[in-house]
Design a protein around this ligand. Structure first.
Ligand SMILES: [Fe+2]
Ligand SMILES: [Fe+2]
Length: 191
């Protein structure tokens, strides 16, 4: 359903489990960035009404998630602060083609894959974190990120036929799996 080629490793779970405060701060940044990505795509492709409606809903939902994470940080006495991001999203965005309409397809599918990975990892955190508040928190976000993934894949089909979108999604999912398999030294939602 999520079009991911590799599942999250035990290694990632161990990495973030010992740095949960940092993971939560990074998570807040991810939700803020997800709203920004949706807004940028809305601005870029404003002449597609279906896209504009769906992406403005995603912007609102991601900002809602951002507030939920900020509230959680506050309850736990964790100060929201700047944090160096993982290279994951930047490496994926660098794979987008330069020429339209395929650039639109790529940007939407890259957003779809980032949503899918967030969703998959929220599922891992829901099922494996011993802290019941955190497990429930991630579990509550799982469904909307899965829905965002599906929305982005559907919107990519406004710019190319089904077969082209499927082939490109396959190709980008392989690249995403390679980046995830490499991992990163910093504990992040997408390390
Ligand atoms: Fe979100
Ligand atoms: Fe999302």
């Amino acid at each position: 359903m999520l079009n991911l080629r590799v599942s999250t490793s035990e290694c990632w779970l161990a990495q973030v489990s010992s740095h949960l405060d940092e993971l939560l701060i990074d998570h807040a940044h991810c939700e803020k960035k997800a709203a920004g990505v949706a807004m940028n795509l809305l601005f870029a492709y404003v002449d597609h009404v279906e896209l504009v409606r769906d992406l403005s809903t995603i912007v609102q939902e991601e900002l809602g998630h951002f507030h939920l994470v900020l509230d959680l940080l506050e309850r736990r006495g964790i100060r929201f602060r700047k944090l160096p991001a993982s290279s994951y999203a930047g490496r994926l965005h660098a794979l987008a083609g330069k020429l339209e309409p395929m650039r639109a397809v790529d940007r939407l599918l890259i957003a779809a894959l980032i949503e899918a990975r967030s969703c998959e990892r929220f599922g891992v955190l829901r099922d494996r974190l011993p802290d019941p508040e955190l497990a429930a928190f991630f579990g509550a976000l799982f469904e909307s990120e899965a829905r965002h993934h599906a929305t982005y894949v559907r919107l990519a089909k406004l710019f190319a036929n089904e077969e082209t979108v499927a082939a490109r999604l396959d190709c980008l999912a392989i690249a995403e799996a390679q980046i995830i398999a490499e991992g990163e030294s910093v504990p992040r939602v997408h390390s």
